[in-house]
Design a protein around this ligand. Structure first.
Ligand SMILES: [Zn+2]
Ligand SMILES: [Zn+2]
Length: 349
């Protein structure tokens, strides 16, 4: 089996160049203290961070600067990484998803199925959704967006609790989004990533004090995306590093973890057939295979086949023979989600 290098990062971060509250030096410091290998920053409708040279290595931390595109109605938020120039601001979402893909850049549909209860939700944070996700140009979606999920779960009734304990509410990705993701992967490949959407917004909580909800460092210890790279990125220059990270994400060689449930480093999911070792994101042709999962420590490991729970076990190492199908793995503690893999497809010709 090929040895892959694992790098851990947080995707979707805002700075003072749009509506975040932290500067680049502050955010970089927070990411280093949280032990991240990479950080993907995406301010709304600006590449200022990239123009000012912040896309670079900072000791062992690599920062990639892209931006978050929106349409004229402030909908269809789409993260774009690897572009040196912004797309025309008048583009509608159908134009920008095509343009990002055609440029070979990384496009990620942000908080795609966000919902709010209109009667209970916090004022000033309307849901920002996609009218449809059924575009073949969308190659990657956020399956777990920390901030978006927090706003969904935070109501005028529980806001004090959720502000004081920001990471305690988000126990797993939204069901409707996971169902959409599994169903779509039956017919085409869509990669799932986790994001923080960190703003460190200062809000008035009790009317007396204001607190940055989701201090950056707290966010960097929540939803992470682990990439598996064939290359060692730490000796590469900035351009090559960014290309390698984008390649790993677009190919689906990545998984999502919630650090609050534990350090997920070391998780591996493969299917071996007599021809090939299939990694996450890959498709192989065979009528059966040997499905292998290694967990960082004992936990409940659930294998999904074609969108349905297929097998589960409380274990550190799972090995089962499986027939053809589209597989992914979830690892949970009680009802709390810890690790979410991308799909491996086993298809008989
Ligand atoms: Zn957004
Ligand atoms: Zn955002």
């Amino acid at each position: 089996m090929k040895t892959l290098n694992e790098y851990i990062g947080c995707i979707h971060v805002h700075t003072i160049f749009s509506d975040g509250s932290g500067s680049y030096p502050q955010i970089i410091q927070a990411a280093k203290e949280a032990g991240l290998d990479y950080l993907m920053v995406s301010d709304h409708m600006t590449l200022r961070g990239r123009e000012e040279g912040f896309s670079d290595w900072y000791d062992n931390l690599f920062v990639s600067v892209g931006y978050e595109i929106q349409d004229k109605d402030d909908r269809h938020h789409y993260l774009a990484f690897g572009l040196d120039k912004m797309l025309p601001a008048e583009y509608g979402h159908e134009e920008y998803i095509k343009a990002v893909r055609d440029a070979g850049a990384l496009g990620i549909a942000a908080h795609p199925l966000e919902q709010r209860d209109e009667n209970l939700s916090l004022p000033g944070f309307p849901a920002i959704t996609w009218s449809s996700l059924d575009y073949p140009e969308i190659e990657v979606v956020e399956i777990w967006n920390m901030m978006s999920h927090w706003l969904e779960a935070t109501t005028i009734r529980n806001k004090y609790w959720n502000v004081i304990h920001p990471r305690s509410f988000s126990t797993s990705p939204a069901n409707d989004l996971m169902n959409w993701w599994d169903e779509t992967n039956l017919t085409r490949k869509v990669v799932g990533i986790g994001s923080v959407d960190a703003h460190a917004t200062k809000v008035k909580v009790l009317g007396l004090f204001s607190k940055a909800i989701f201090d950056y460092k707290i966010m960097f210890k929540s939803i992470r995306t682990h990439i598996l790279s064939e290359q060692k990125i730490k000796n590469m220059n900035a351009t090559d590093t960014e290309t390698e990270i984008i390649k790993a994400i677009k190919s689906g060689r990545c998984f999502v973890s919630n650090y609050r449930r534990g350090d997920a480093r070391g998780f591996r999911f493969n299917i071996h057939t007599n021809q090939k070792d299939l990694q996450m994101g890959e498709t192989g042709s065979a009528t059966s295979g040997n499905l292998n999962v290694i967990l960082p420590r004992k936990a409940v490991c659930i294998v999904f086949r074609n969108g349905e729970p297929y097998h589960d076990d409380f274990t550190e190492h799972l090995e089962i023979e499986v027939p053809e199908g589209i597989y992914r793995v979830e690892v949970v503690h009680g009802k709390r989600g810890w690790i979410y893999s991308n799909h491996i497809k086993l298809i008989s010709e």
